[in-house]
Design a protein around this ligand. Structure first.
Ligand SMILES: Nc1nc2c(ncn2[C@@H]2O[C@H](COP(=O)(O)OP(=O)(O)OP(=O)(O)O)[C@@H](O)[C@H]2O)c(=O)[nH]1
Ligand SMILES: [Zn+2]
Length: 301
């Protein structure tokens, strides 16, 4: 049993307990040193075996990026070192545009490419959902229209090339088809969950923690499933920076009369003019306005 430091990938975390995958794909239960648990799924770490079935994480390698949300009280990490975020929405249940915009802003500010997947396009509400997504398409955002259940083969053909060689985090509110998506792309998903739980020596927490899946035997294509959540806080972003993370606002930035324009009430505001002219959608502007209030409000405690 080698006790030399090795590199590994964090594939699951819970408290101070992690599952690290070594370079051969073996998974081992690891702890961090000290009380602080500062690893997240997707982290590359240096770790050492401490016993046959356990290891210790010595060091977290520098991250390329970290996707997280932050409210007044806490910061919650989704995962690190991501290549892509897939935001799954569906024709039914109707998606929240505010949550969608928040996810896009978080990805943009973390420097992570994001795509929207509109699922259940086989349902009669598809045109209305498409309409709600029109402003996103117009601002250059990719929107993939799929029917994961209705046309699984076609969906796989669209998704596989897009996700190849990447680590992709999937976000999607309950009922949108996230399980359907994962089972479509990761045929042995259940076995992978089982293997990781076994390394942790527990069958618990299978649905409440972030889960890393390999889509292929060569371990090149990864899907990361993140548990559901209520609020997507964006407290990490300063209100004056918001507009720069919104591609539909961007063309107008720098065109306002005041250089520190908040684009809310100032005369000579190019953003407000664009809203009036219909170049920025009313719903996107409303979300911007609400976010501004939220991000500039002092903490309540
Ligand atoms: N009509 C239609 N229904 C779909 C499609 N994809 C998934 N569904 C259905 O939508 C429901 C939710 O799908 P799931 O994959 O369980 O969704 P989920 O997002 O994992 O939901 P939770 O388990 O609640 O988190 C199921 O009844 C699916 O059969 C689709 O393309 N078209
Ligand atoms: Zn302005």
């Amino acid at each position: 049993m080698s006790k030399a430091p090795q590199t590994g990938l964090v594939v699951r975390g819970h408290g101070r307990h992690y599952v690290v995958e070594d370079q051969d794909g073996q998974r081992i239960h690891c702890l961090t040193r000290g009380k602080k648990s500062d690893c997240v799924v997707g982290d590359r770490v240096r770790w050492m075996r401490s016993s046959e079935h356990e290891g210790v994480i010595e060091k977290v390698e520098p991250r390329r990026n970290l996707l997280f949300r932050q409210d007044e009280w806490k910061t919650k990490s989704f995962a690190a070192n991501l290549d892509r975020l897939l935001i799954l929405v569906a024709v039914e249940p109707q998606f929240s545009e505010s949550q969608l915009t928040r996810a896009l802003i978080a990805a943009q500010s973390a420097g992570i490419a994001a795509d929207i997947v509109l699922n259940k396009t086989d349902l009669p509400g598809a045109p209305a959902a498409r309409e709600r997504l029109a402003p996103y398409k117009a601002m250059g955002q990719r929107v993939l229209e799929l029917s994961l259940k209705g046309r699984p083969d076609e969906s796989r053909e669209v998704l596989l090339p897009l996700l190849h060689g990447q680590a992709t985090l999937v976000l999607g509110p309950s009922g949108t088809g996230k399980s359907t998506l994962i089972n479509l792309l990761v045929p042995d998903a259940q076995a992978q969950v089982g293997e990781i739980s076994q390394a942790l020596n527990s069958g618990r927490h299978t649905t409440t923690t972030t889960q890393w899946y390999w889509m292929d035997a060569g371990r090149e294509d990864a899907l990361i499933d993140s548990p559901g959540f209520q609020e997507f806080g964006l407290r990490q972003i300063a209100a004056p920076d918001l507009a720069s993370y919104m591609p539909d606002f961007k063309p107008y930035l720098g065109e306002c009369r005041f250089h520190n324009c908040s684009h809310r009430h100032e005369p000579g505001c190019a953003v407000l003019t664009a809203v009036e002219a219909g170049a920025i959608s009313p719903s996107r502007y409303r979300i911007y306005d609400e976010l501004w209030d939220e991000l500039s409000a002092p903490p309540k405690y």
